[in-house]
Write a protein that binds this ligand. Structure first.
Ligand code: 48F
Length: 269
């Protein structure tokens, strides 16, 4: 007669471990210092710096995978480039860089995503995948005070399912080229003017890599009380240029977004 397999577990043990594990940890993410929308390079970098400082931070990523636009490198060639001033942000988390021409450094896209993600998690950030930020929670004077979440699967299926919400003292819009979270705020609050020169989401211009990179950190600002823009979302909100597959600005922008969020959380903002 065939021997039964070893171990005391069965299917219900697997189910129980997953369900209890998820809910215990998710319940711990309901009141955050900082909620980050989007797990691309800027969101992951911001998460790492904030978590290192001891802030309660969670990243909500719509896709089932993290990394945003890093994976595909440039035009599906899975390599990314960073400039000298941003190189230490990759090096400090073990991403190996190869010096190439014109003071640039080359990294493997898969290594860049993996190490950026691991570093954020090791620092203490929680990353929730499959959950999109579909709206914001507002309080007095329309201060941004949290994110409204729904499963990407619900969004894709077009189901009418009410979302759930998480509170946060600061929200970082790191949703990339569409600046989705900031656009949602603008669309849903009539007459709202962002705290930017134009007062509204301008949208990204065509490519001019050097100018785009040079202005990205400066464009990483609190655009509305409680809402900071980072990465390509910062470029799009401020109407700057796109830069293509150079990623240094994304890292530096994520670090600045973290510093701004930390100031606000400490009551210095
Ligand atoms: O696009 P993405 O990588 O943004 P980023 O951090 O970096 C931009 C670069 O990848 C690249 C570039 C570099 O030179 O121009 O494009 O600014 O990552 C954005 C992430 O946000 C997720 C999206 O799936 C992606 O992983 N995202 C977008 N909208 C939402 C969202 C949303 N509403 N809720 C949650 N996640």
């Amino acid at each position: 007669m065939a021997q039964g397999p070893a171990g005391n577990w069965d299917e219900v043990s697997i189910t129980g471990a997953i369900i209890r594990g998820f809910f215990q940890e998710f319940a711990d993410s309901l009141r955050l210092d900082v909620a980050i929308a989007g797990a691309g390079p800027s969101g992951l970098t911001a998460a790492r710096y904030l978590a290192r400082e001891g802030f309660r931070v969670a990243v909500f990523e719509r896709n089932l995978y993290v990394g945003g636009g890093i994976w595909g490198g440039g035009m599906l060639f899975p390599r990314v480039v960073v400039q000298e001033e941003a190189a230490p942000l990759f090096e400090e988390i073990g991403v190996r860089l190869k010096p190439v021409e014109d003071d640039l450094y080359l990294a493997d896209a898969v290594e860049a995503v993996s190490r950026s993600t691991a570093a954020a998690i090791e620092a203490g950030a929680r990353i929730w995948v499959g959950m999109g930020v579909e709206d914001l929670v507002l309080r007095e004077k329309d201060r941004v005070s949290g994110v409204v979440l729904n499963w990407m699967a619900v969004e894709r299926a077009g189901l009418h399912v009410d979302p759930l919400a998480v509170h946060a003292r600061v929200v970082i819009d790191a949703t990339g080229h569409e600046a989705e979270v900031t656009r949602t705020l603008q669309r849903k609050v009539p007459g709202l003017r962002l705290d930017t020169p134009s007062g509204e989401v301008v949208g990204e211009r065509p490519m001019w890599s050097q100018v785009a990179e040079a202005t990205l950190v400066e464009n990483t600002t609190e655009v509305h009380p409680g809402l900071i823009v980072a990465g390509m979302a910062a470029g799009a909100v401020h109407g700057s240029y796109r830069m293509g597959a150079i990623f240094g600005g994304m890292l530096l922008s994520g670090r600045k977004a973290a510093a701004l969020a930390a100031q606000i959380c400490r009551g210095e903002g």
